[in-house]
Design a protein around this ligand. Structure first.
Ligand SMILES: *Cc1c(COP(=O)(O)O)cnc(C)c1O
Length: 403
C-alpha cells in the first residue's frame, strides 16, 4: 500500500523521535520519583482548595521537568489562551509596553492585547503594544535591538508555534540565541514564551535556555490526551506568584484552587505525554512525506527539524482543505459520522473549519485538523494519541482528497 511504502522511508526520522521520547520519559519519571508521587496525591479538594496535596505535587513535578523555580498548573485555566491572558495581565501594568518579536501573536490574543478593540483588553488599561515581525523565519535582530534601545519594554513575548500563520515554528536553538542577544541589551526585560505544541518535541524546554516564564495548554502536548482541561505556567518564582494572584486573588494566589478530582488525570496525562507527543510527531512526518509525494506543498518537510507537532498542508484550494478536514473527522473515534463545516469561532477573525473528533472538546493533542478559510488554504494537522490511528487517518485522507 502507498502509505506503507511512505512509512518505510521514515525509519531515520522515527528513530530520532523515539530517542527524544526516551529522554523525555526519563525526565518525567525522575520528576515523579524525586517528588515521591503517591496515590494520596490522587485525592482532591473542593471549595477553596486549601492544602491540595495533589495540586502541589503536580506543580512541583512541572517545575522540575521545566527546570523552573515554580509552576502554576490549574484546571481553573479554561485554555492555553486563558493562561496566556492571565500571564500578560499579571506581568503588565498601565503604561508598560509588551513587545512581540514573532510577529502578530496567536489569533485569540487579538482582543486580549487590543489589536482588535475590546473594552477589556490590555490596551483599555493603558498597556502599550509593539511588534517586530520575523524575517525569513528568523528573528529580526537589528529591529529588536533598535526597539529595545529606544523604548522601555516590560515583557517580550515569543510565540514558538506558528499558530494560523504561514511562517515556520521556532526551534529551541533559535529561542536560546535570541534570548542571549536580548539579555545583553536589557537584562531586566521579562521573556515570556508561548510554548503551546512545543513541549517534549525536543529535549530542551524554554526555561533551560534563559526564558523567564513559559505557558502552555493541557489539552495539547503535556495533557497526554488524559487531562480534561487546564493549562500551565512555569518560570521564575516571583512571576508565578503574580500569575497566581491574577488567576485567583491578591493575597491568596496559588494557595487556593480546588482540583475537583482531576489530579490523577493530570499526573497520568503527563506520564503518557512523551509517548503521545512521539505518536503525534510520527503522524506529522508521515503526513508530510505522503502528501508531498502526492504533489502537495507541505511545511515542515518530512526530514526537516521540528519545533512543534503541527503539520501544515498548503492546499491553495478551499475545497481540498475542506475535504481534507472532513476526512480527518471521518477517521476520528468520536463523531466520525459528523461532517464539519466552516464557522465563525469566537476569538478568531476568519471562518475556521475544524475536525475535532476528540474525547476532550477542542483537544488538539488528539487527532485534529483545522484551518482558517483564507488563502492559501492551509490545513493545520495535529496530534493522535496513538500512531496507528494517525496512519489510518492519513491513508484515508489521501484517498478522500483525490476522489
Ligand atoms: C493552541 C495555541 C494557543 C492557545 O490555545 P487554546 O486553544 O486557547 O488552548 C496559543 N498559542 C498557540 C501558538 C497555540 O498553538
Amino acid at each position: 500500500m502507498f502509505i506503507d511504502e511512505v512509512e518505510s522511508k521514515l525509519t531515520k526520522q522515527f528513530s530520532n523521535i523515539d530517542n527524544v521520547c526516551y529522554f523525555n520519559s526519563k525526565k518525567v519519571l525522575d520528576a515523579f520519583r524525586k517528588n515521591r508521587v503517591s496515590d494520596v496525591h490522587f485525592n482532591s479538594t473542593t471549595g477553596y482548595g486549601y492544602n491540595d496535596l495533589g495540586r502541589e505535587v503536580i506543580e512541583s513535578v512541572y517545575a522540575d521537568i521545566f527546570k523552573a523555580e515554580d509552576a502554576l498548573v490549574r484546571n481553573q485555566f479554561i485554555s492555553g489562551s486563558h493562561a496566556l491572558t492571565v500571564c500578560l495581565f499579571a506581568l503588565l501594568r498601565p503604561n508598560d509596553t509588551l513587545l512581540s518579536i514573532t510577529g502578530k501573536p496567536y489569533d485569540t490574543l487579538d482582543e486580549v492585547i487590543g489589536i482588535v478593540d475590546n473594552d477589556s483588553s490590555l490596551k483599555s488599561f493603558g498597556v502599550k503594544y509593539m511588534q517586530v515581525d520575523l524575517v525569513d523565519n528568523d528573528f529580526d535582530y537589528d529591529k529588536i535591538k533598535e526597539v529595545l534601545t529606544n523604548n522601555k519594554i516590560k515583557v517580550i513575548e515569543i510565540q514558538r508555534s506558528k499558530g494560523y500563520s504561514t511562517r515556520k515554528s521556532i526551534t529551541i536553538d533559535k529561542v536560546e540565541k535570541v534570548i542571549k542577544f536580548i539579555k545583553k541589551i536589557d537584562s531586566k526585560v521579562i521573556i515570556m514564551i508561548d510554548n503551546c505544541y512545543c513541549e517534549f518535541v525536543t529535549t530542551k524546554e524554554p526555561i533551560e535556555v534563559g526564558a523567564d516564564i513559559a505557558v502552555g495548554s493541557l489539552i495539547k502536548n503535556l495533557g497526554g490526551g488524559i487531562a480534561p482541561n487546564g493549562a500551565y505556567i512555569v518560570g521564575r518564582k516571583d512571576l508565578i506568584k503574580l500569575c497566581g494572584e491574577r488567576l485567583t486573588l491578591p493575597g491568596e494566589g496559588k494557595e487556593v484552587g480546588p482540583s475537583l478530582g482531576i489530579n490523577k488525570s493530570l499526573l497520568q496525562g503527563l506520564y503518557f505525554a512523551p509517548s503521545v507527543v512521539a505518536s503525534s510527531l510520527k503522524t506529522a512526518v508521515l503526513a508530510s512525506c505522503a502528501l508531498e509525494e502526492k504533489g502537495y506543498l507541505v511545511e515542515p518537510k518530512y526530514d526537516e527539524e521540528r519545533a512543534d507537532i503541527v503539520q501544515n498542508i498548503i492546499f491553495n484550494d478551499e475545497n481540498k482543505l475542506i475535504k481534507f478536514c472532513q476526512s480527518i473527522q471521518g477517521s476520528s473515534p468520536i463523531d466520525s459520522h459528523v461532517v464539519p463545516v466552516p464557522w465563525e469561532m469566537p476569538g478568531y477573525q476568519d471562518k475556521v473549519i475544524m475536525a475535532a473528533g476528540a474525547f476532550t472538546q477542542g483537544s488538539s493533542i488528539e487527532l485534529s485538523c483545522d484551518g482558517p478559510i483564507r488563502s492559501p488554504y492551509i490545513a493545520y494537522l495535529q496530534g493522535t494519541l496513538m500512531y496507528p490511528y494517525g496512519k489510518i487517518a492519513i491513508a484515508e485522507a489521501i484517498e478522500n482528497i483525490e476522489k
